[in-house]
Ligand binder design. Structure first.
Ligand code: NDP
Length: 402
């Protein structure tokens, strides 16, 4: 029924490959392609041994449109699940247009030489995808992804107007390393060292990095200091839900993590400017990635849970209500099921479920769409079944003022 190609064999790609194979009735023909073929081969071998499912593998440089087109033309997938890096989004979308393939990703395009997060580059493909009769599903991880779908669900079932949206992301886990990032270190550090930004009354307000923070209570975890930062789903959510007066994103960081991050910044190791080292050009943050723990290797010793959700205030039938919808994910449970920690798991499972929605014909809409533009109900039903059950409370203390 469904021919799918997964691009990227990192932590998230591993989870997607395994979950796709577990749903072999929908994903009948599967290929995993990445820069380093040996990584794809070892994931495919493990899947064959544990699930008895065959996965084809291939080497591809996803920065090169012609290589992608040749691969697509030989495998003939209906859908690409892009879980390589945000730098490859546009080349993969170009190749999709050329070869007539639908597209799904988990992170918006970022130019390699500038840490800048905005959807404009990918939204510029709308007309071309529409004309080609192809669907592009943007931002189908957890955040962006499930958080955007939680918001759509709240708007559909609980509110006439959403006024205040606070997305809260807590990693209450412990990987027992002095410092490590939970997904690609380069992408992660570029994101966190950015200035903060939030939306209020039609304007974007910029803050210094980690300038605004407050303690928040997370179910099953407790109180954690949470820092306001800019996150890409805010950009599309305020457009798709125009009643929103204020939208913010909060993420928890421990003192130890922030101290390491400060040192990294102070000594310039987060720089994306190339430098000459002994006649070789290196980019400090890429070198740092090479010496930091690989996020894929954190799972074995990772304890605790993530807790990510949306806290919303708005009106229904003229009355004000509050609403909290969230998922908690255990790192150990994620590791037992897929060999990866909770952050890779909470990204890979929604990407798989988004792809299921596509193949079931529920999320097919030619054009380029953020996930909150689709029906949230079948997705949220399936994501629970696939390992990310969620909870909701109406009219509770959401810890945020108007
Ligand atoms: P990893 O660094 O672990 O994996 C990235 C993979 O992409 C690697 O296998 C890498 O190959 C491959 N790759 C990189 N460049 C190319 C290229 N030019 N051509 C082909 N393959 C390439 O990252 P993660 O798995 O942690 O993250 C994957 C994606 O998920 C990222 O875009 C990240 O931003 C996103 N993400 C989204 C989240 C969400 O909630 N929405 C949360 C977490 C992550 P090689 O092995 O050779 O290096």
């Amino acid at each position: 029924m469904g021919r799918v190609i997964i691009i990227g064999a990192g932590g998230v790609g591993t989870v997607v490959a395994k979950k796709v194979a577990m749903n072999h009735n929908i994903f009948t023909d599967i290929m995993l392609a990445s820069r380093t073929k040996s990584k794809c081969d070892s994931i495919a071998k493990e899947i064959k041994e544990s699930l008895g499912v065959d996965i084809k593998t291939a080497a591809v440089d996803a920065d090169k449109v012609d290589e992608l087109v040749a691969l697509f033309n030989s495998f003939k997938p209906e859908l690409v699940i892009n879980v390589a890096l945000p730098y490859q989004d546009l080349t993969i979308m170009d190749a999709c247009l050329e070869a007539g393939v639908n597209y799904l990703d988990t992170a918006n395009y970022e130019p390699l030489d500038e840490a800048k997060y905005q959807y404009s580059w990918q939204w510029a493909y709308r007309e071309r995808f529409e004309k080609a009769g192809l669907t592009a599903i943007l931002g189908c991880g957890f955040d962006p992804g499930v958080t955007s779908i939680f918001t759509a669900y709240a708007a559909k079932h609980h509110f006439d107007e959403i006024h205040y949206l606070d997305i809260v992301d807590c990693n209450g886990g412990d990987h027992h390393k002095a410092f490590a990032t939970n997904f690609n270190p380069e992408i992660n550090i570029r994101e966190i060292t950015q200035k903060g930004k939030y939306y209020e009354n039609g304007k974007w307000i910029e803050t210094e990095p980690q300038e605004i923070h407050r303690p928040l209570h997370y179910p099953g975890i407790g109180v954690r200091e949470s820092y306001l930062l800019y996150h890409e789903e805010l950009e599309s959510l305020v457009l798709n839900f125009p009643s929103i007066k204020r939208a913010r994103f909060w993420m928890t960081f421990g003192e130890e993590y922030l101290t390491h991050l400060r040192v990294i910044q102070n000594i310039g190791m987060d720089s994306i400017e190339p430098i000459n080292y002994n006649g070789v050009e290196i980019v400090p943050i890429q070198f740092l990635k090479a010496v930091l723990p690989n996020p894929q290797d954190l799972g074995n010793n990772y304890t605790g849970e993530t807790s990510i959700g949306c806290r919303i205030r708005g009106t229904k039938n003229g009355e004000e209500h509050t609403y909290y919808i969230w998922n908690n994910c255990s790192h150990q449970a994620a590791f037992r099921e897929t060999g990866m920690q909770g952050v890779s798991y909470t990204t890979g499972v929604p990407a798989t479920v988004g792809a299921m929605m596509f193949f079931k014909g529920l999320w097919n809409k030619p054009g380029v769409h953020n996930v909150e533009e689709f029906d949230p109900d079948p997705f949220l039903e399936e994501v629970s079944i696939q390992g990310l059950p969620w909870h909701e409370h109406l009219d509770v203390d959401i810890e945020f003022e108007k």
